[in-house]
Design a binder for this molecule. Structure first.
Ligand code: BGC
Length: 426
């Protein structure tokens, strides 16, 4: 038996987003998308887990489990339902929520945009619209003003890469359902400008606030044939956003898995950046291995690989690989794990996943990497975007008929680690 002790002041928490938990987010592009015919959504978000009304009990439950931090998002579509019209009652609502986070002894980490846009922004082209970064920064300013000195940690946009790939390249079934490299490029520009302008707006009001991106990163691996494709995909999916972290106060890392790219022969044209070539688009939008194999693009890598219901490789230690890469890119900059988790119906698997992830992360702390937080995705089973309620990422089960919450063993497991600030091993 031994103990892995975490640094004093380490932040332990769970992460959630407004649309996935609150319910009734009817002024947003996702709401409309879920109800529209022909989109890949399994089911609408509806009342979600009614966190909009139940947040006082939910936060008390999380604090009672042993956490000291809470990551959540505020909903632009509620706060600015019409262009330029800010709803003071909604700002009050979120201010009360922040107060509840704090009075439960939790440090608030606030994301200002987690995938969803107000309908009016979507109607102007979403992240393709030239004015969107400015609209976003104006809204961010209003929120930061309303929160005053209650919040020290901000994240303007969650996983810009997922938004760009998902909604503008066509890879993940996100709104607005645009396809192709040209719209992807424009969305990337918009998202990066949005982040930059939002950071400036926050810093103007609260120079001492900590502002960072939260990146969707994976551990990558390839055989010799797949190397150039791997490097190319990583550049498009990660590096274009990572570059923007240079000016941030911290880097948020969200990691779930590893991607292995095995190809029978090298594809040099990937490396040369021939972006308009059809097969590249096909590769990037073909998230499923079946389609990649059918397109003759990859050698089927599934033999013998353990997978999660998301189709991802089960690879809890991937988080250590991504944190290490970020630490190498930005020596000395604080790093927060802002998402790590697994979809599973078998909670013992989640306990195993958390343990393996934390063991791997602890090694990095020993190496002197300034890791400040472990934030698990997610507290409560919730709405997993196009996949609806089928994916169970939560530490706490929710009966959606009765909205009853039931902590799973993994909730107690991680809560106890958080409280003790150490993990017992062996
Ligand atoms: C997103 C979450 C999502 C989670 C699990 C992350 O990419 O930020 O909204 O639910 O992954 O798929």
């Amino acid at each position: 038996m031994g103990e892995l002790v975490f640094p004093v002041g380490f932040m332990w928490g769970t992460a959630a987003s407004a649309h996935q938990t609150e319910g009734g987010n009817s002024n947003s592009d996702w709401w409309e998308w879920e109800l529209r015919q022909g989109t890949p959504c399994k089911e609408p978000s509806g009342a979600a887990i009614d966190h909009y009304n139940r947040y006082p009990q939910d936060l008390a439950l999380l604090a009672g489990l042993g956490f000291n931090t809470h990551r959540f998002s505020v909903e632009w579509a509620r706060i600015e339902p019409e262009e330029g019209a800010f709803d003071e009652a909604q700002l009050d609502h979120y201010r009360s929520m922040v107060d509840a986070v704090r009075s439960n002894g939790l440090i608030p980490i606030v994301t200002l945009n987690h995938f969803t846009l107000p309908m009016w922004v979507a109607a102007k082209g979403g992240w393709l619209g030239d004015a969107t970064p400015g609209f976003f920064a104006r809204y961010v300013g209003r929120v930061v003003e309303a929160f005053g000195n209650r919040v020290d940690w901000y994240n303007p946009i969650n996983e810009a890469a997922a938004v760009a790939f998902g909604g503008y390249m066509g890879a993940m079934g996100f709104p607005p359902g645009a396809h192709g490299v040209a719209s992807w490029r424009r969305a990337v520009r918009g998202l990066i400008a949005g982040h930059r302008q939002a950071r400036e707006a926050i810093k103007r009001l609260r120079p001492g606030a900590q502002v960072g991106q939260m990146h969707a990163l994976q551990e990558w691996e390839s055989n010799a044939g797949g190397r150039s494709v791997m490097e190319y995909s990583r550049r498009m999916g990660e590096d274009v956003y990572l570059e923007g972290s240079r000016d941030d106060d911290y880097v948020g890392v969200n990691t779930y898995t590893r991607t292995r790219i095995e190809m029978s022969r090298p594809m040099g044209w990937f490396a040369r950046g021939a972006l308009s070539v059809g097969p590249i688009e096909r590769f990037l939008v073909s998230r499923t291995v079946d389609r990649q194999v059918a397109a003759g693009l990859v050698v089927d890598p599934r033999e013998g690989i353990r997978r999660t219901p998301m189709g991802y490789e089960y690879r809890p230690q991937a988080i250590a690989a991504t944190v290490r890469r970020v630490a190498g890119l930005f020596p000395g900059k604080p790093i927060l794990v802002t998402e790590h988790g697994v979809a599973t119906d078998d909670d013992t698997e989640r306990v195993e996943y958390i343990r393996a992830g934390l063991e791997a992360l602890h090694t990095l702390i020993g190496e002197g990497i300034p890791l400040r937080a472990y934030i698990h995705w997610t507290g409560f089973d919730n709405f997993e975007w196009a996949l609806g309620y089928s994916m169970k990422f939560g530490l706490v089960a929710v009966d959606r008929e009765t909205q009853e919450r039931k902590p799973k063993p993994s909730a107690r497991f991680l809560g106890q680690i958080a409280q003790a600030n150490r993990l017992t091993i062996g």
